[in-house]
Design a protein around this ligand. Sequence first.
Ligand SMILES: C[S@@+](CC[C@H](N)C(=O)[O-])C[C@H]1O[C@@H](n2cnc3c(N)ncnc32)[C@H](O)[C@@H]1O
Length: 190
Amino acid sequence: MGFLSILSYTRTCVEERVKEGDIVIDATVGNGNDTEFLAQLVGETGCVFGFDIQENALYSTRSRLERTELLGRVTLWQKSHSRMVESLPSNLCEKVSAVMFNLGYLPGNDHQLVTTPDTTLPALISSLYLLKKGGIITIVLYTGHPGGQEEADSVLDWVRQLDQARYHVLRYQFFNQKNNPPFLLAIEKR
Ligand SMILES: C[S@@+](CC[C@H](N)C(=O)[O-])C[C@H]1O[C@@H](n2cnc3c(N)ncnc32)[C@H](O)[C@@H]1O
């Protein structure tokens, strides 16, 4: 078997840490691929919270979850992920098993509507607060669009200074691919 793709490896990391009944967050819902994946993992007794600023993204995700009969375990907000703590139930500090970020723009939609460090970094800080021990934050970063490299640099600067006694940080990347390949940063709370 060859190396897992960035997205497959991201899912493997999440799958290993999320079980039936868990609480998880999709910080960038988009077309709902990750939301659906998370909803399957947490099962009927679990709960997925999702954020996206685009109405059409949430509309297509809702339709998708209705078709797959998973909507009952998912709560979606048309809000920036930087507002996650104020939006979620108040008792979730260190209760969340996984937070997934897939940064950049929504393929097939407005390429101007991208994630930016001014909201991505506050959302990551909130995610650390919500994450339980043994839980994981995954961040897939793209550098090929305007602003993408700056956002990746900001996130890299931020993860570099995380205390290694409290967090493991992993980078997964194909080094010799052309055309700005995406890469994964994963943070595990120890
Ligand atoms: C690469 S796409 C996500 C793809 C998605 N995970 C999927 O499975 O289809 C990035 C998404 O982030 C959203 N986004 C941009 N800024 C955001 C913000 N501040 N808070 C939440 N979502 C945001 C965009 O609207 C876009 O849908």
